[in-house]
Ligand binder design. Structure first.
Ligand SMILES: NC(=O)c1ccc[n+]([C@@H]2O[C@H](COP(=O)([O-])OP(=O)(O)OC[C@H]3O[C@@H](n4cnc5c(N)ncnc54)[C@H](O)[C@@H]3O)[C@@H](O)[C@H]2O)c1
Length: 248
């Protein structure tokens, strides 16, 4: 039985400066991995990297050229990349009829196109080694209609789910696994967007969760760690839901 250790592995986490990415970075480091955090939040990313002994690189995940540079730097430093967590994302609470084309494109670029770019950038080095694990952070919004209040976000998170499956089939023969994680309501700064739903947003959300509470970022990070580790050696192409039974 393989242990849930990441000893000897090199893991890249996008959007790792705060929230769930931060928690994943802390836990991967504690599990023995060399961790590279990227983010547009330079101060937060640098501070966290210094604290946990990780590397921080500034990266806007929509910039294709920057992906090549980041992977190039990791290969030059470590000679390998074992895990990629495509975690960076943005939220938009807007119904379809209120969403502008610019807003739709922005959410799509950051939440969807970036994941294509990230998977494409690591596919070569991972395939050459014959192993690797890519974890794409989708959402429960990628499993249903999200109440109609987050149209562009929902579309992008469904796309993540589809891209994950297509990439898992494409990269499987090279020994590379690809999975999607679908968090429910997680206590990060992203929840601030729900204020738009009214003063009672928090109790209304909680009321929709059978376990009766929102989750801490570490509860998602536990799942991500499992998928990065050899404990999930036969898991690929599927959805891993962490939602307190919200979509049950
Ligand atoms: N919080 C939730 O309830 C929840 C639920 C389901 C899914 N998610 C998903 O989890 C992931 C992490 O979100 P979070 O909850 O930690 O929120 P968060 O807002 O705290 O973190 C998002 C991170 O992504 C970074 N980011 C945004 N745009 C970027 C860009 N263009 N390039 C690089 N980095 C960028 C931000 O700077 C930030 O560090 C996101 O993909 C989000 O959609 C969150």
């Amino acid at each position: 039985m393989a242990e849930q250790t990441l000893e000897g592995k090199v893991i890249l986490i996008t959007g790792g400066g705060r929230g769930q990415g931060e928690s994943e970075a802390r836990m991967c480091r504690a599990a023995g991995a060399e961790v590279v955090i990227t983010d547009v939040l330079v101060d937060e990313g640098r501070q966290l990297a210094g604290e946990i002994g990780a590397t921080f690189l500034e990266q806007d995940v929509v910039d294709e050229g920057r992906w090549d540079q980041v992977i190039g730097e990791i290969m030059a430093e470590h000679g390998r990349i074992d895990g990629l967590v495509n975690n960076a994302g943005v939220f938009l609470v807007k119904a379809m009829t209120d969403t502008t084309l610019d807003e739709y494109r922005r959410v799509t670029e950051i939440n969807q196109t970036s994941i294509f770019l990230g998977m494409k950038a690591v596919a070569g080095p991972m395939s050459e080694r014959g192993s690797g694990s890519i974890v794409n952070i989708s959402s429960i919004a990628g499993l249903g209609g999200a109440g109609g209040s987050a149209f562009a976000y929902t579309a992008s998170k469904w796309a993540v789910r589809g891209m994950t499956k297509a990439a898992a089939v494409e990269l499987g023969p090279s020994g590379v696994r690809v999975n999607s994680v679908h968090p429910g309501i997680i206590e990060t700064q992203m929840l601030e967007h729900f204020v738009a739903l009214g003063d009672d947003w928090h109790s209304r959300l909680r009321g929709a969760i059978p376990l009766g509470r929102t989750a801490a970022p570490g509860e998602v990070a536990n799942m991500v760690l499992f998928l990065l580790s050899e404990q999930s050696s036969y898991c690929s192409g599927h959805e891993f839901v962490v939602d307190g039974a919200m979509r049950a």
